[in-house]
Design a protein. Structure first.
Length: 154
């Protein structure tokens, strides 16, 4: 499949628009499991080897085909601030039906923090209001990952 990494910009009326950063060819047609998603992010963006926290957003259509990938936030070695508004602007611009959030823990330990759980719950509430399905939140460590869905944290 062809995957496009986007950023957002402003048009001449100061409205948000998608800006294509780069396209990637990837050997999977559908990213429908946490393991496929973590392999995808490690292969294309080396998430398991980053020195600071990064948060990626993947927007999907109804059949879990990727509509777009975004690096939404880049934090410090121990935190990454998440703003629901920034996430939902990107989801709406791509016409997403489903989405997955992924971030890394530079410590290598993929165990969710208290803040990770609180933010996931906040985004779940927002996703219900927006009627865009929050499919999973995945934390990537050195050689492991944690799926909130698999751990029944969402």
């Amino acid at each position: 499949m062809r995957v496009t990494k986007y950023t957002t910009g402003l048009d001449m009326n100061q409205h948000p628009v998608l800006v294509k950063e780069r396209g990637y060819n990837y050997n999977e047609d559908v990213l429908n499991t946490p393991i496929k998603i973590s392999f995808f992010l490690n292969n294309l963006f080396s998430m398991n080897n980053l020195a600071e926290e990064y948060l990626y957003l993947i927007s999907f259509n109804v059949k879990m085909k990727v509509l777009g990938v975004f690096e939404v936030f880049h934090g410090s070695v121990s935190q990454c601030l998440i703003n629901p508004r920034e996430i939902f602007i990107r989801l709406l611009l791509t016409g997403a039906v489903n989405f997955v959030l992924c971030h890394n823990h530079p410590s290598g330990d993929a165990t969710p923090s208290k803040e990770d759980i609180l933010m996931t719950n906040k985004l779940l509430d927002c996703s219900r209001l927006m009627e865009i399905i929050f499919t999973d939140h995945i934390i990537i460590g050195d050689n492991e990952f944690c799926s909130f869905k698999e751990k029944k944290l969402m």
